[in-house]
Write a protein of this length. Sequence first.
Length: 255
Amino acid sequence: MNAKTKEWWQKAGWFVVLTVARHLFFFLLIALLVITIFSMGSSSVRSVSSRKIDDSSFDHSSRNTLIALQVSDIHLTFEYDNHEQNFLDFTSMLPVIKPQLILVSGDINDGMRSLIPLKFESLEYAWKTYQRIRQNSTMKTPARWEEVPGNHDFFGAWDTSLMEPYCASGADISKLTREVNVRLESGSIVRFILFQSTSPGANWPNVIANMKTETWDQVQRAIKESPEPRIVVSHHPLQMASLNLMWSPPLDSAD
């Protein structure tokens, strides 16, 4: 074996070692994250109905006040009744809070459990349940609802067509990035930038995120072009959403 061949094999060996080490690191990171989430959830989950909320906590008199709520990880499925009850408990508080805007930031559908085996009726049941509870709530407390999908919403769905008929956002939920503007009585506008931090397709189990480079480019452009105040909303935090891109996003543009 000559010197050049030996050098080539050494470089190839190091490349394989580093590649395996990098993938092992991310696997261990994901495993640790999953264990942490499940351990926190099992010890701290409780029904929101146990918390007392009164009208004095919210200022409904100011013409320059926006009351917006964000709810995430509802995980509706016919396999667990308590998930549906927790969502009902959440909507039961809305007549007191009287929000103008409700942002549902992903994992509305539990989805993942419906892949083992794949049960379309479970996916459809979850979306119909979400629509029913949301519409009943809107009849009692008029509010604008906007949704953005999470990774579980894409488990068993290859695009947003299954969720669109049941979401208040309709076809807009398919957009990688979109802007939601709320005009206050005073005339001021509060801007929300909603984006998909995950992608449909063959990426299960997509535990962290799988954001497209195109999506992040759109988010940065929207942040730069949108006047303040603006709030960025997605299922995953920005840093976590960009892990799959293998670089840290330049958040200086987001102030």
